[in-house]
Design a binder for this molecule. Structure first.
Ligand code: UFG
Length: 326
């Protein structure tokens, strides 16, 4: 059974392709390689193309007749989205509209969507579950919320069934190091920290030490990419069983500050993390931690690798292997 995987050459998409292939599906990667890597497409066919190219999408749906779409392709940097919101509304929102229209026209009505906890915005001391009001404070989160709205409307009008996952902070890598996280430029905490440890950059800058948290740095809920893609397979099964549209948080409920991540990084690598303290990064929420067990109770999702030490160790193994860095 073919599954169209947009963004299959990216970090999470490539891990999803590996998991789909292991489960007996054929992942068809559709990616414009703007932020992905052709080297990461190892588990099924590759079709280069842009989300906004409707003719190309129509060709792909006709050629592969996918049973479902997993839609990972997106720009996902909070800071960039604050500087250049138009990029996010174009690539993420207009691109997703084009994809959804092509899917509906092709009769491909099962859709798994990568959303984000950034759609919630800042809710200090409030447990974030799927019913928490969504008030994004950056254009990235706003673009993902708009796509969630689109899915709701396409569901009502055309019978599109969607499973939406609101990711918390995805980390780690394939323990076999076949695929991993590699962004250029890199903006995420754990890979930047590991680069600093390896001497590939001078020092990690801590973005803000005056937040209202125990140690003054931002708190995030980190989830292992392997656990995350496992949830996507459960989401696909949910759709195949005709259980309709549903939104799920994907986080563990445990929050770690930037300093706690650095401490764990030092423990895993055996090297202190060189760092400097800097100002806050615009658009960053103070604390994003999932307060929901819906994915566990309804999908049967059990995160197995999402402890901080294991996520950093798997990322460290991948970093040392240095894939895609030719
Ligand atoms: N951070 C630093 N220094 C850095 C990089 C990050 O201190 O050099 C801090 C950030 O301020 C933040 C934390 O580390 O507090 C995590 O930052 P990331 O950039 O790794 O992740 P974000 O939380 O900004 O964003 C990620 C994904 C988004 C997703 C979001 C939800 O990139 O797609 O998680 O929290 F929406």
């Amino acid at each position: 059974m073919n599954v169209l995987v947009t963004g299959g050459a990216g970090y999470i998409g490539s891990h999803a392709c590996k998991a789909l292939s292991a489960a007996g599906y054929t992942p068809v990667t559709y990616d414009n390689l703007a932020t992905g890597w052709q080297d990461a497409v190892k588990f099924g066919p590759f079709e280069k193309g842009d989300l906004t190219d409707r003719d190309r999408l129509d060709q792909i749906f006709a050629a592969y007749r996918p049973a479902a779409v997993m839609h990972f392709a997106a720009l996902s940097q909070v800071g960039e989205s604050m500087r250049d919101p138009g990029l996010y509304w174009h690539n993420n929102v207009a691109g997703s509209l084009c994809l959804l229209q092509a899917a509906v026209q092709a009769g491909c009505l099962d859709f798994v969507f990568s959303s984000t906890c950034a759609t919630y915005g800042d809710h200090d001391n409030v447990v974030l579950d799927e019913t928490t009001p969504q008030h994004p404070i950056n254009a990235y989160g706003a673009s993902k919320r708009a796509i969630e709205d689109m899915l709701r409307d396409f569901g009502a009008a055309y019978g599109l069934n969607s499973v939406t996952f609101r990711y918390f902070n995805v980390a780690g890598a394939d323990p076999e190091a076949e695929v991993g996280e590699f962004h250029r430029p890199e903006t995420h905490l754990i890979p930047l920290m590991l680069d600093a440890v390896r001497g590939k950059r001078d020092a990690l800058t801590i973005f803000g030490t005056d937040y209202d948290t125990a140690d003054g740095t931002c708190v995030r809920d980190y989830v292992h990419v392997m656990d995350l893609v496992e949830a996507h397979l459960l989401g696909l099964a949910w759709l195949e069983e005709g259980r309709g549209s549903r939104v799920f948080n994907l986080g563990t409920g445990a929050g770690f500050s930037v300093r706690e991540v650095m401490d764990q990084g030092a423990a895993v690598t055996g090297c202190e993390v060189p760092f400097v303290e800097g100002p806050r990064r615009p658009g960053d929420c103070t604390r994003l931690v999932s307060g929901s067990s819906r994915a566990e109770s309804e999908l049967g999702w059990r995160p197995r690798r999402s402890n901080l030490a294991e996520m950093i160790a798997d990322a460290w193994r991948w970093h040392q292997a240095g894939h895609y860095e030719k």
